[in-house]
Every structure is written in structure tokens, then in C-alpha cells.
Design a protein around this ligand. Structure first.
Ligand SMILES: [Zn+2]
Length: 154
């Protein structure tokens, strides 16, 4: 082997080594790029998940707000009043006039008109939804059926 050939062989060997190094370096870069891509993909997936949750939450809040507005609008037609007998009830400001159950309005956000307990003139009114009774008119004692000793009943 002459000197020229020896130098050429050395150069070839060096070239091959450099090419190998370049390949290794390229593989590392590709692997790193893939890893970064996977990280980005996971982040994207997490962001989609977050976005979905936020959209869901937004929808729920919109529905909740709409329900609240609907309820406030419905309730605005009623005002809190005190009956002659001292019961605190909701009274409809429109027609037909009626009282509504304060228990159902306050606890269940439902409007249930109160109905006379037995007859139209009854001083008691009841809620058919929760069975609570309210006194509309002051209690007027009825004369006893039989008077044993008169104490002012007429
Ligand atoms: Zn009720």
C-alpha cells in the first residue's frame, strides 16, 4: 500500500465513521422529535378534554341562569302578603286572584295555588302539593251544638 492509498483508506474510514455518527445523531434527533410530538399530542388531548369540560360547564351555567331567570319572572307576579289571620302567603297580582303556597315557593321553587279547605267560604286554605294549611280569615268560633249553660252565645 502506498502512502496515497493509505491516506485514502484512512479518509474513507473517517468518512464512514462520520456518516455513522451523522446517522446516530439523526436517529437521536428523530427520536427527540417524536417524543416532543407525543408530548404535544398529549397536551392537545388534555386541552381538548379541558375545552370539553369548560363547554359542558358553560352549557350547564347557561341552563341554570335561564331557569333562574324564568323562575324570577314567574315569581315576580306574586307578592308576599299577610292575611287577616296573620298568615304570610304569596298573592297573585294578576287574574284570577289567588294565594300561593309559601312553603312550595320557598323550598321547591314551585307555585301551587292554595285551595279552600272544605268549601269556598272556609277560613282555611290548603296546598294540594305539600298538604300544609293556612288560615285566610280570622278564626270565628262556631256556637256549640248544645248550650248547657249560656255564656253569651246567641
Ligand atoms: Zn305547598
Amino acid at each position: 500500500m502506498d502512502a496515497f492509498s493509505a491516506v485514502k483508506t484512512s479518509l474513507d474510514t473517517a468518512k464512514t465513521a462520520v456518516k455513522g455518527l451523522i446517522k446516530i445523531e439523526a436517529s437521536k434527533e428523530v427520536a427527540e422529535a417524536l417524543e416532543k410530538l407525543q408530548d404535544a399530542n398529549e397536551k392537545l388531548f388534555d386541552m381538548r378534554d379541558t375545552l370539553f369540560n369548560l363547554q359542558q360547564e358553560n352549557q350547564n351555567l347557561k341552563t341554570e341562569l335561564q331557569e333562574k331567570e324564568d323562575w324570577e319572572k314567574k315569581k315576580a307576579d306574586y307578592e308576599l302578603v299577610e292575611t287577616e289571620a296573620g298568615a304570610i302567603l304569596y298573592a297573585y297580582t294578576g287574574e284570577p286572584k289567588h294565594f300561593a303556597c309559601p312553603v312550595c315557593i320557598e323550598s321547591k321553587k314551585e307555585i301551587h295555588p292554595l285551595q279552600p279547605k272544605n268549601n269556598k267560604e272556609s277560613s282555611l286554605m290548603e296546598c294540594k302539593a305539600c298538604d300544609k294549611q293556612f288560615r285566610r280569615l280570622p278564626y270565628t268560633p262556631q256556637p256549640p251544638k248544645r248550650i248547657i249553660q249560656s255564656k253569651g252565645w246567641t
